[in-house]
Write a protein that binds this ligand. Structure first.
Ligand SMILES: Nc1ncnc2c1ncn2[C@@H]1O[C@H](COP(=O)(O)OP(=O)(O)OP(=O)(O)O)[C@@H](O)[C@H]1O
Length: 464
């Protein structure tokens, strides 16, 4: 029998770049400034570029509905009494110990009788890995019909979840997964034999009700992922709820969200009543580990020269360069490419598939420099980036300092030992004024750097 990863014949895993939808996910290209990406795309790109866990200093907050049910946390995966093949898959993924959210979520998710769970923690804290492990553990591979349904807000996010399931179940050859996403079809009149369905709400609802490709009464686990994105998407809440109503009373509900707004909680309580609610406070970005500099420049050509000096002077790590407009980003990239530098450009007019491909290459180190606009200013955390350069300072439309964007561009979440360098290229008195305000706002010094001075440049490479 085939394992999960060998059985994604209804999806396009082999060539990420060939089948991603584009039309409805393209950004507006008409404006001069790139708009920020929609939440679902940000979430996807963040998953693509992330290479590790976001660890948290905070404690889990637990709101328990049923005081009789046991609640404990585990410090090792062994304590979960997983099937040995599943445990092997977990270790092979490099997960040595459970993350903070997993410590509390996993015993609950695997408990008998099954418990409903609502879990909220920021992206990157290990939610997907937690529910995928629970989904795989609950499957009975002896039976050839769907037992688990997992809903994701978009095609791409569903594929990401499926890929985690594929890896984790490498040694569980009898567990199989089916994608229920746009473009996938099941032969009319036939029944799905795979035990896990991962898909988008509309498609799953159609498969359950209109085509009856599977019997919802056999579903033991219902996962709703990225709930905050679901509530923002027209129709998803309603479709999810309609699916939920088809499921048996005993079905275990697992509800995951990166945020905890009123809308999300209303949705959560409708989907997963009588849940244990666990929350992990967001790890705030900070400038603590960042050395900040500014370089005096006369014009954009001067900025470019400064950049080339920095680029030549610092050989470690990777750099991200932020421009305020697409036009400026294009100009900068063309200059750098002309001089033979390997640079990548990420701007708003790219399709989802192009963005993924740019970020994949950057993450793999094929390009050392990524030039981007505000599309990436928020919520994308590329760990291996050691230098962030503000080719243009972040400003609001009224040309006031945009403190949030500054922090999001260069700040780091409290990951131990991650130092960074931020360099602001400033030209003209208004830039200087904005820089001064930024310095005062964060109460952190921004030092002057002369990129023509060898001693100054040496500072950049120094450890502290
Ligand atoms: N216990 C663990 N040990 C080490 N790495 C882990 C562990 N759990 C998850 N990871 C890794 O950490 C990263 C984030 O995990 P995961 O995708 O599960 O987080 P998430 O909270 O679901 O984030 P998102 O909301 O973006 O999906 C992934 O690269 C994942 O492989």
């Amino acid at each position: 029998m085939e394992s999960v990863n060998k059985n994604f014949n209804n999806a396009h895993l082999d060539n990420k770049n060939s089948n991603y939808p584009t039309a409805d996910t393209q950004s507006n290209t008409s404006s001069e400034e790139d708009k920020e990406l929609p939440a679902c795309e940000r979430s996807l790109l963040q998953k693509i570029v992330r290479t590790g866990l976001i660890t948290s200093k905070h404690d889990i907050e637990i709101q328990r509905r049923d005081p009789k049910s046991p609640l404990f946390s585990i410090k090792s995966f062994e304590l979960l009494k997983l099937h040995p093949h599943l445990l092997k898959g977990v270790y092979e993924m490099g997960y040595n110990a459970p993350s903070k959210i997993q410590e509390t979520a996993l015993p609950l998710l695997l408990a008998n009788p099954p418990q409903n769970l609502i879990a909220q923690s920021q992206s990157g804290t290990g939610k997907t890995a937690a529910f995928v492990l629970a989904m795989l553990s609950r499957v009975d591979p002896e039976f050839q019909y769907p037992q688990v349904v997992c809903l994701s807000p978009t095609y791409e996010l569903a594929i990401q979840t499926g890929e985690v399931a594929a890896k984790m179940s490498t040694y569980c050859p009898n567990i199989r997964l089916r994608y229920a996403v746009r473009g996938e079809d099941v032969e009319k009149g036939s029944k799905i034999e795979e035990q896990i369905i991962v898909g988008t709400p509309g498609k799953v609802l159609d498969w359950a009700t209109k085509y009856k490709f599977f019997d919802p009464k056999n579903i033991k686990v219902f996962v709703l992922d990225e709930a905050d994105i679901m509530v923002d998407t027209q129709g998803h809440q309603d479709q999810s709820f309609r699916i939920r109503k088809l499921l048996p009373e005993t079905c275990q509900m697992m509800f995951f969200s990166a945020t905890y707004t009123e809308d999300v909680m209303r949705f959560a309580n409708a989907i997963a009543p009588m849940s244990v609610i666990i929350r992990l406070k967001r790890e705030e970005e900070s400038l603590d580990n960042i050395r900040q500099y500014y370089v005096n420049c006369n014009n954009k050509e001067d900025k470019y020269n400064a950049l080339v000096n920095i680029y030549g002077g610092v050989t470690i790590g990777q750099a991200m360069i932020f421009c305020q407009t697409k036009k400026m980003a294009l100009w900068l990239v063309s200059q750098m490419v002309e001089q033979g530098h390997a640079v990548a450009l990420l701007s708003g007019e790219l399709t989802v598939q192009q963005r993924i491909s740019v970020l994949d290459r950057f993450r793999e180190g094929k390009e050392k420099v990524l030039v981007t606009t505000n599309v990436l200013s928020r919520g994308i955390d590329i760990e291996q980036v050691t230098i962030v350069i503000n080719f243009d300072l972040p400003m609001t439309v009224t040309r006031d300092p945009d403190y949030d964007t500054y922090l999001h561009r260069i700040g780091r979440t409290g990951r131990f030992g991650k130092k960074g360098i931020a360099i602001n290229l400033v030209s003209g008195s208004s830039d200087h004024f904005v820089l001064k305000q930024i310095e005062e706002h964060f109460s952190k010094p921004i030092e002057c750097l002369n990129t023509d001075n060898a001693d100054d440049m040496e500072k950049l490479g120094a450890e502290d």
